[in-house]
Design a protein around this ligand. Sequence first.
Ligand SMILES: CC(C)(COP(=O)(O)OP(=O)(O)OC[C@H]1O[C@@H](n2cnc3c(N)ncnc32)[C@H](O)[C@@H]1OP(=O)(O)O)[C@@H](O)C(=O)NCCC(=O)NCCS
Length: 172
Amino acid sequence: MKITIRPENKNDYKNISLINDMAFGQENEGLFVEKIRSNKKFQSNLSLVACMGNEIVGHILFFPIEIISETNQFETLALAPMSVIPELQELGIGSQLVEKGLAKAKKMGYTSVIVLGHAKFYTKFGFTPASQFNISSSFKVPDENFMALELKKEALQKLSGCVSYPKEFDEL
Ligand SMILES: CC(C)(COP(=O)(O)OP(=O)(O)OC[C@H]1O[C@@H](n2cnc3c(N)ncnc32)[C@H](O)[C@@H]1OP(=O)(O)O)[C@@H](O)C(=O)NCCC(=O)NCCS
């Protein structure tokens, strides 16, 4: 099964929403992606699609957010949402999306990523509880599901703070 991963383009918008709707079994994530494209921080080259032939079978989005402390603020990326169509889950497509996405983010100069998600899945890529870096969430989440990853060695070592998401994330 040959999968290619590339940045989204305008022709993909409808299918990206559909894939998110199918994977999550609800419309919140698809609508979120549609809305967040209007946010000036959105970068289409951090919204990646996995394709099998011409068909889009998966999607991942990384969005710039901030970790805010009393004295400082620090740019990081949120990984959310990500989805693979139900018939093709558990075949490694999600892992390829994460790996390619992290490599791309690193190449673009980002030094860390935050994710709220399945601990078993994301720890495979090196994510660990964000609390280990003294990074907290602005809403209540189980410690093991709120995770961080350094793309650059020690990028998160000397800071602490609370992750601030743009308002569009409230609907996720
Ligand atoms: C999560 C998701 C994107 C993974 O994509 P995928 O192509 O199935 O991923 P891979 O085949 O690379 O890896 C599968 C791994 O994900 C794990 N996984 C998938 N869904 C999971 C869940 N709900 N809870 C915990 N682990 C999960 C599997 O157990 C498997 O682990 P293993 O390799 O140790 O057996 C896909 O399952 C999906 O779209 N799920 C519905 C939407 C969703 O939950 N998105 C992520 C929100 S954090």
